[in-house]
Design a protein around this ligand. Structure first.
Ligand code: SF4
Ligand code: SF4
Length: 363
């Protein structure tokens, strides 16, 4: 995804793309996972399209956001033909920037990668502590076009307004938090948790369950399978089912898989992969916002650090549960999950976990 004409964007102190470091990216032509969506149309997209904007189908959703509709609920975007975008050169900024995710974070727009994208290597997960200290932002290297497109989206007036509102709301929450025992700021808690060799997840087993298929396949977490293409995970009572998705919204059942009562074991490499992923989440401001909101609503008055650890545990357990189900679907007994099984769990969870309603998820 490199041939869209990208606007040049001046340096801004509010842009932080350190969480993009270390990842290689090459879009897979057989994939289209990210096109099972109704992509948002920004003002800059309509401006770039000019009179041609009238020929791009669009609808306004319940929040007032203009989008290209799906072919059917849970299906692919109407601009998808086979696994190709029919308006690739002029696709919306949200598509041109994928797999870069942008979050209205703590005093900055924070970019990170959506690790469900199979075109990304997971090599960047091994790096740690990128959220600490002052590192100047870069615009070169892997994901260069995507990060420029993502950064351009933060310049839209609607994004600037949203950022201001989020910053005011976060400051107000922080003032409330500081009046309660157990408060500590994000750098302090992150530094403390980076020293912890084990980030607990087993206590949160089995993490965030997927919705049931009855709720609509558009709400289900997805992953890419090189044989089946986009596959959804759905809760089906005492088991989870896997559903192959078609662009027209139809699904094909790939089987039901039962989770064990207690979490499976991880090999040493599997545990290392999970720790690296949890360290990545620790630096994402969305997790911090989730923890603060839950902690303020919590009557128990536990330290905020405990709440953040709990949220990390949910992330870890979700990854292991989905990795386990994917292992069973491949015919693996799932007795212990190795690095590849954990990485499959990460691929099946990351976009879904990033989609949770958090304070700064405004783009
Ligand atoms: S999910 Fe990633 S690899 Fe697949 S089409 Fe989208 S950008 Fe390309
Ligand atoms: S506009 Fe193109 S790239 Fe974007 S979701 Fe639709 S088909 Fe995919």
């Amino acid at each position: 995804m490199t041939d869209r004409e990208l606007p040049s964007v001046a340096a801004s102190p509010l842009w932080d793309d350190r969480l993009l470091e270390g990842f290689d990216f090459s879009c897979r032509t057989d994939c289209a996972l990210c096109c099972y969506a109704a992509p948002r149309i920004d003002a800059a997209d309509r401006h770039a399209w000019g009179a041609a904007a009238r020929s791009v189908p669009h609808e306004i959703d319940a929040e007032g956001t203009r989008r290209i509709p799906e072919q059917a609920p849970g299906g692919a975007c109407r601009m998808l033909t086979g696994t190709r975008c029919s308006i690739h050169r002029w696709r919306p900024g949200v598509c041109a920037s994928f797999p870069v995710d942008v979050y209205a974070g703590i005093g900055r727009w924070q970019a990170s990668v959506v690790l469900s994208c199979p075109g990304l290597s997971l090599g960047g997960l091994g790096r740690s502590a990128r959220g600490a200290g002052a590192v100047p932002p870069t615009l070169g290297g892997a994901l260069a076009a995507e990060r420029i497109a993502a950064r351009a989206r933060t310049k839209e007036p609607v994004a600037v307004d949203a950022f201001r509102r989020v910053t005011q709301r976060r400051a107000s929450l922080e003032r409330r938090g500081q009046r309660r025992p157990g408060w500590a700021d994000a750098p302090t808690i992150r530094a403390s948790l980076r020293e912890t060799s084990e980030l607990p997840w087993a206590g949160q087993w089995p993490g965030e369950p997927p919705p049931s298929a009855d709720q609509g396949s558009e709400y289900l977490p997805l992953f890419f399978d090189h044989r089946a293409g986009p596959v959804a995970i759905a809760d089906d009572g005492d088991a989870w089912e896997l559903l192959e998705l078609r662009p027209n919204g139809r699904t094909e059942d790939l089987g039901r898989f039962r989770l064990p009562e207690s979490p499976p074991r991880l090999t040493a490499e599997g545990a290392h992969a999970l720790r690296s992923y949890l360290a990545y989440w620790l630096d994402r401001d969305g997790l911090w916002d989730l923890a603060v909101a839950g902690w303020i609503a919590d009557e128990e008055r536990r330290p905020l650090e405990e709440r953040l650890v709990e949220e990390l545990g949910v992330v870890g357990a979700t990854v292991v549960a989905r990795g386990y189900v994917r292992a069973l679907a491949r015919g693996d007994p799932g007795v212990s999950l190795d690095r590849s099984a954990v990485e499959n769990g990460i691929r099946a969870s990351d976009a879904d976990l990033l989609d949770r309603a958090t304070l700064g998820a405004v783009l």
